[in-house]
Design a protein around this ligand. Structure first.
Ligand SMILES: [Zn+2]
Length: 97
């Protein structure tokens, strides 16, 4: 999901994944993938998060809204220039929603 993102941006993402509580290596890519699947889901408008968190595996039952929030955290942490590639990917997905 992170193809086309600059090496610098990837470095920022990696640093955030290590620095933030509750994040882990690869979580941003997983969040992007989750948001991507969500906006392509024809039933997204009636999506309801699993009340009990589902199986507890973010990649499986995690909230797409939580995933989108995580992506926003990443974008906020980057300068507009370094976040440009990622922003473009996310904008395209947001338009699909
Ligand atoms: Zn699950």
């Amino acid at each position: 999901m992170l193809q086309g993102v600059s090496p610098y941006a990837l470095a920022v993402i990696t640093r955030l994944e290590q620095a933030r509580d509750g994040w882990w290596p690869g979580v941003v890519g997983a969040a992007l993938w989750k948001w991507y699947c969500f906006v392509r889901n024809p039933y997204r408008r009636v999506w309801v998060d699993y009340p009990d968190g589902g199986c507890g595996i973010f990649e499986c039952c995690g909230s797409p809204w939580l995933a989108r929030d995580m992506i926003e955290v990443v974008l906020t942490a980057m300068s507009p220039r370094s976040g440009r590639d990622l922003r473009r990917i996310v904008d395209r997905l947001d338009q699909m929603y």
